[in-house]
Design a protein. Structure first.
Length: 309
């Protein structure tokens, strides 16, 4: 017996010693429900042939044909000569193939396939290939017919427009980058001049944001006289009180350093207003009352916050 496996149109036909799987043969021939091994075995002609093989070989029918349920090799198994008879029942093409290939395989020799048998196999394979191709092409044609509703000319025009718009966008981006690169030195110079101007004007309290207040603006908001006595002490007292208020009321973001580099504190105007209402007004009034008896004399040309007492 040769070692090459038996295969017909992609279906492997199992074998065990002199036995063939009739179930695999049935599947290879098309799997017609009206031609199962069990139905063929019940035919009178099949029973007569099995009895003849039983007498010729000298084995009982249970040894020549049997059905196996479960296990590693389920299905109906039979002596290979019975299998050839079953092949004749399945189809002429399959029977011819079995006579050439299966017989030679089971007898341990190379199959001498006749030209007619080989031609029949080729014609069967080509017919199957044509059937599969027609099915695939038909399905693809139907899919494209339902999906593609735009004429190819319109689709080509749409793609050309999309590509042209993309090209214009990229061109504009490249032009902008080139323009910025060409004016890089000028932009750096202008930015430097602006920073220097801010730093220079910062000393005059020009660039403190309008919604923030330094100590001078706190004085204006609270209507503190410009010639108040002990002004430095009052400023220190007000600054500490404002910081404590922002801390106690969880308003850390309302107290900050001057954003333009000066070493002074600033507070949001909303925080200053809330502080005045809570404790600031009373603190300022107490300071003014305490130092109301002191006279502050401003001499002409004198620069100072506190003056002389």
């Amino acid at each position: 017996m040769t070692s090459q496996a038996l295969t017909y149109q992609g279906q492997t036909i199992r074998e065990k010693a002199e036995m063939l799987s009739l179930t695999d043969m049935w599947k290879a021939a098309g799997g017609d429900p009206q031609q199962t091994p069990a139905k063929w075995r019940d035919l009178p002609s099949s029973k007569t042939f099995i009895e003849h093989v039983e007498i010729t070989i000298g084995k009982s029918d249970t040894a020549l044909i049997k059905a196996q349920v479960g296990g590693k090799a389920p299905g109906t198994w039979a002596h290979w000569q019975i299998g050839l008879a079953y092949a004749k029942y399945l189809s002429p093409e399959f029977h011819m193939w079995c006579n050439d290939v299966v017989r030679a395989h089971m007898e341990g020799r190379d199959a001498a396939v006749s030209p007619g048998s080989a031609l029949l196999h080729i014609e069967t394979a080509l017919a199957r290939l044509h059937e599969v191709t027609e099915s695939k092409v038909g399905g693809l044609h139907g899919h494209l017919k339902t999906q593609v509703t735009t004429p190819l000319s319109d689709l080509d025009a749409y793609l050309q427009e999309k590509l042209w718009n993309q090209f214009l966008r990229e061109k504009r981006i490249i032009h902008t980058v080139d323009h910025l690169a060409a004016r890089q030195d000028e932009l750096i110079r202008v930015s430097t001049d602006i920073i220097r101007a801010l730093q220079a004007a910062n000393a005059n309290d020009v660039f403190v944001p309008s919604h923030w207040a330094d100590m001078k603006r706190v004085h204006r908001i609270a209507n503190i006289p410009s010639n108040v006595a002990e002004q430095r002490a009052l400023n220190a007292l007000v600054g500490r009180s404002l910081d404590d208020f922002c801390c106690e009321t969880d308003r850390w973001g309302d107290s900050s350093r001057d954003p333009f580099g000066r070493r002074c504190r600033i507070w949001r105007k909303t925080a200053v207003a809330a502080w005045l209402k809570d404790r600031g007004r009373a603190l300022i009034d107490q300071h003014l009352a305490k130092h109301s008896s002191q006279t502050v004399i401003q001499f002409p040309g004198t620069a100072g916050e506190g003056g002389a007492k």
